[in-house]
Ligand binder design. Sequence first.
Ligand SMILES: C[S@@+](CC[C@H](N)C(=O)[O-])C[C@H]1O[C@@H](n2cnc3c(N)ncnc32)[C@H](O)[C@@H]1O
Length: 498
Amino acid sequence: MCQHGAVLLSPGVLDDLRHVLVGHDYTVDAVLTAIGAGAHAALARNSTVPALRALGDRDDALATVIRLWPLQSPVSRDAADAALPGLVDALLAAGLLAGDDRRVQALVDLRPYATEDADFLVWSDLTPGLDTQVAPMRPEYVLGLSSASSTLAQLTIRRPVGSALDLGTGCGVQALHLAAHADRVTATDVNARALELAAMTWAMNGVEVEVLDGSLYEPVRGRRFDLITTNPPYVMSPPRSAEPRLAYRETGSVADELMQHLVRHAGEHLNPAGTCQILGNWAHRHGQPWEERLASWVAGTGLDLHVVQREVLDVPAYVELWLADAGLAGSRDYRSRYAEWLDYFDQLQIEAVGLGWLLLTRAGRHDPWVRIEDWPYAVEQPIAPALAAEGGWVDASRVSDDAILARAWALTDDVVEETTGQPGAADPQHIVFRQQRAFRRAVEADTALAGVLGACDGDLPLGVVIDVLAGLLGVDPTALRVDLLPRFRPLIADGWFA
Ligand SMILES: C[S@@+](CC[C@H](N)C(=O)[O-])C[C@H]1O[C@@H](n2cnc3c(N)ncnc32)[C@H](O)[C@@H]1O
């Protein structure tokens, strides 16, 4: 049985398989119900024992397919035939299952996946290292559904578009999402095995995708899209001449050069108003603020850039994360590999690694909007609607002082005001306005800003609000405008007003 290079199933077999699995209700919700939330969470941590116990001696078809795929357990040939009537031989012949007359087991994963509107089935390689086995990965390993893929899916702006590109498609999950709101979807990858499995994913879900084999923007040279989405192989691992790279997570590029390339050249592949959304990581190098490095990547491109750094890992934490990801925790050469990574980071003067999201927009501004922020706090998911609205908020913030003063602003209805102070004190020590939605931003306000924001209910122009407040506070209205406008303007760009 060949474990590498699964062969595409014929469209007829894929169709039959889909019908059978839909009939068994092989969906995210049904799996969750069958094994329970605790076992589901344990499975996400690669532990199968709670789920196997939850299924007990159930011998229905849904239990069989859960054992076969998510739990990677051998099932009897009889149970497999009962659950997948007439299909087991085709799956064996294609190298998707292994086995004999008595037992079969999966060689490739097939998982249910759900969006708000639809249920899907997604092919990928089996999750390695279940139940803490040491399981080094093969170079052409095709990553399945992951927390990174769902983060990118939640970031991706879902406005209807003509064309979308899923760069580095892997198991094909981003293209599944894109097909729901793009007239034409193109997907690329350098890993032939990924393209094969992704093609089965799309065929099984009735989604049409243009497939291009090639690296980064090469296969789409000279072409432009309304939306580009990518969770690229961004891991900054040291070169190992003796070993091929793990295609799903690393390339031959040095440090974060791959991210730089994607950012610098995004504009060449975007239609006017098009967006490129990237999930990735970047180096914090000695002696250069990370924000400056990232800002330099869009210099001269004319693109708007919003970077949200969600997490910063120190170098050892980063190394441990990716050694464990490659199934090397507990391996014989763990220590020497760890040292190799540390040498590499020292040599590149990398002190830490930032992880997060980039939104690039071909907004066509004379003066591009660049916002690079560290925002590790919980945000409302999906965050995409807030990202989609940003361009409009920025426009609204970039008008003259007179236009801002003439508008009757209304805070969005999720904003709350929190005051804290000593019990019994006449005035609060701190006044904080906090969004309950989207980025859940907060702003500390002094009495003047709190007075203005408290009056922003859409009734009176800001200029009038400030004048009334100046009267109440006994201060000069012109001075109060000069004080408040520079603090009010960024709130407009941050989406505080409806
Ligand atoms: C982290 S996986 C992401 C898979 C999938 N898009 C997702 O969101 O889960 C990165 C993918 O990029 C592919 N890849 C690796 N090097 C590439 C390159 N130079 N150009 C395009 N894709 C590449 C890998 O084969 C892998 O499928």
